[in-house]
Design a protein around this ligand. Structure first.
Ligand code: 8ID
Ligand code: ZN
Ligand code: ZN
Length: 351
């Protein structure tokens, strides 16, 4: 294959300060470092984390100015001189974990997301809301040739994250998993991974459209948090004693607190959603006598990435996507803030 022509400038959405104007404009195409791929991003999912990063919600500063985005799917167009195992034309994915030191005790055990020097796409490293982005060749996701790049994009954060979170819940086939925030980007994939893994799925989210999507994706029982007068009671009843595992993917401190009360005795509450400044409150007496576990789950490692992509390639999970131009990002953030997104928005970087 002849070397692709790489332009000097490209379209991107960039902001100068947290909460500042999201500008759709021409910026320089980055040059890959020795260890990096240059990926021509075709599509990028829009994760709620991108909204947190833009707003500056978390106690971890972003780089500024910043190009957000960390669910980028595209084609390798160039690479640094130390890159091994990739060739021009390969499909590659930009994940949240852009790169890590590979030498600390966490990296040694493949817990690379916990690396103190983790480099994060769309946060500490310009991400996938641009047409050309760089990624460490060791961490970039390998996407099989022929994959639909718009459809696969949400797997690169949402898919990997919920798949790892479900593993962290230690549920057995036939047991109940409750997904709180079931019909957003992460939740809509969690329903399907959970079903494919053999669990019974109860979802909590709000509104008719979300209730409909939940059933279409194979969920069993839907609890509407905008209608239920007693969410905890309703879930305990529906599951005959509580969910064996709970995946918290809402952006609500109150919903997280409730999950400590509807998890079954000996069950596991998994914290995934990251409402800024939130605490997970659990009543100590009940926590002890029901012997529940509360664990945090943070994206996934390279094996989780490969496995999560494999579920997708086998047709077991499909993200309900809405494709929009990259220039629409401000409107997408606005909808996301209002909880109005059903499934996942994917932006087309060519528009
Ligand atoms: O590695 C991680 N831990 C990780 C990875 C990726 C994303 C964590 N996240 C975090 C994001 O930063 C964000 O805080 O997970 C959270 C969810 O991301 P998302 O799925 O991309 O967000 P969304 O598409 O906006 O979906 C959120 C859903 O929660 C529902 C909303 O209706 C929406 O469907 N929800 C809310 I907000 N309050 C709720 C409540 N009280 C609720 N559902 C049930 N009960
Ligand atoms: Zn994400
Ligand atoms: Zn490390």
């Amino acid at each position: 294959m002849s070397a692709p022509v790489i332009p000097k400038t490209q379209k991107a959405v960039i902001f100068e300060k947290n909460g500042g104007k999201l500008e759709y404009k021409d910026i320089p195409v980055p040059v890959p470092k020795a260890n990096e791929l240059l990926i021509n991003v075709k599509y990028s999912g829009v994760c709620h984390t991108d909204l947190h990063a833009w707003k500056g919600d978390w106690p971890l500063p972003t780089k500024l100015p910043l190009v957000g985005g960390h669910e980028g799917a595209g084609v390798v167009v160039a690479m640094g001189e130390n890159v091994k195992g990739w060739k021009i034309g390969d499909y590659a994915g930009i994940k949240w974990l852009n790169g890590s030191c590979m030498a600390c005790e966490y990296c040694e055990l493949s817990n690379e997301s916990n690396c103190p020097d983790a480099d994060l796409s769309g946060y500490t490293h310009d991400g996938s809301f641009q047409q050309y982005a760089t990624a460490d060749a060791v961490q970039a996701a390998r996407i099989p040739a022929g994959t639909d790049l718009a459809e696969v994009a949400p797997i690169l954060c949402a898919g990997i994250t919920v798949y790892k979170a479900l593993k962290s819940a230690n549920i057995r086939a036939g047991e109940w998993v409750a997904i709180s925030g079931a019909c957003g980007g992460l939740g809509s994939l969690a329903i399907q991974y959970a079903t494919a893994m053999g669990y019974r799925v109860l979802g909590i989210d709000g509104g008719e459209e979300k209730a409909k999507l939940f059933k279409e994706l194979g969920g069993e029982i839907f609890i509407d948090f905008t209608k239920s007068k007693d969410i905890v009671g309703d879930i305990l009843k529906a599951t005959n004693g509580g969910a064996h595992g709970v995946i918290n993917v809402s952006v609500s401190e109150a919903a997280i607190e409730a999950s400590t009360r509807y998890v079954r005795a000996n069950g596991t509450v998994v914290l995934v959603g990251l409402p800024g400044g939130a605490y997970c409150k659990s009543e100590v007496f009940s926590h002890v006598v029901r012997s529940i576990s509360i664990v945090g789950s943070y994206v996934g490692n390279r094996a989780d990435t490969r496995e999560a992509l494999d579920f997708f390639s086998r047709g077991l999970v499909k993200s309900p996507i809405v494709i929009a131009p990259l220039s629409d990002l401000p409107e997408i953030f606005d909808k996301m803030e209002k909880g109005q997104i059903v499934g996942r928005y994917v932006v087309d970087t060519s528009k």
